[in-house]
Write a protein of this length. Structure first.
Length: 202
């Protein structure tokens, strides 16, 4: 059952015309008085008439019209093959200049989760060099953590046990770090400002 409140649109002019046929015309004060028999809020519309009001196109339809056409399966396949060939040429070039470098490992789901984890921890001040004040981007960290939550929601039921365990562990850890950091920020904000040190009398 929807929680959206129900509104009833009443055309007062049409109602007044019907009342004129059946009984004496009502006064303006009576027309403007709300009906007490209604069980919920009512929206009274005087002008323009509902039948003559221009219909606004749905926002969803406009958004669909603005979206570009997705590539065809053949276009996606050809682009993937071109991308793989270009990436392989780049790897061959780098390995030719660095013979000791091993082959680049394939990218897996764990790499994606690890990338989010590193980004969130850096945004929360981790990785700062010793002696330097950590730079905290708490709003950026929240966005990164929320993206991890979206990833967990959208991939639910499609991951291997190892992938799901990695994602849930990382999500728990970054959320815990976020809670600790925001609690520290709140405590600092609640502390009264320190008075300036007294100046020495001359």
């Amino acid at each position: 059952m929807s929680d959206t409140p129900k509104f009833t649109v009443i055309d007062r002019r049409k109602k007044a015309g019907e009342e004129q046929e059946n009984q004496q015309p009502s006064t303006p004060a009576e027309d403007s008085a709300p009906e007490e028999s209604s069980g919920g809020p009512r929206l009274v519309v005087n002008e323009p008439k509902p039948e003559t009001a221009p219909e606004a196109p749905p926002a969803a339809a406009e958004a669909e019209e603005e979206l570009p056409q997705p590539p065809t399966a053949q276009e996606s396949r050809e682009q993937k093959e071109a991308y793989d060939a270009s990436a392989q040429r780049l790897e061959d070039l780098v390995r030719a200049q660095n013979p000791a470098m091993g082959e680049h490992p394939p990218i897996t789901f764990e790499h994606l989760v690890q990338q989010f984890y590193v980004s969130a921890m850096i945004q929360m001040g981790a990785g700062a060099q010793e002696g330097q004040r950590p730079r905290v981007d708490i709003l950026g960290a929240r966005t990164t953590i929320d993206l991890l939550g979206v990833l967990a929601e959208k991939t639910r039921g499609n991951l291997t046990p190892a992938e799901d365990s990695t994602l849930q562990s990382v999500l728990f850890e970054v959320r815990m770090a976020f809670l600790e950091l925001t609690n520290m920020i709140n405590m600092q904000a609640m502390q009264p400002p320190q008075p300036p040190p007294p100046q020495a009398k001359r």
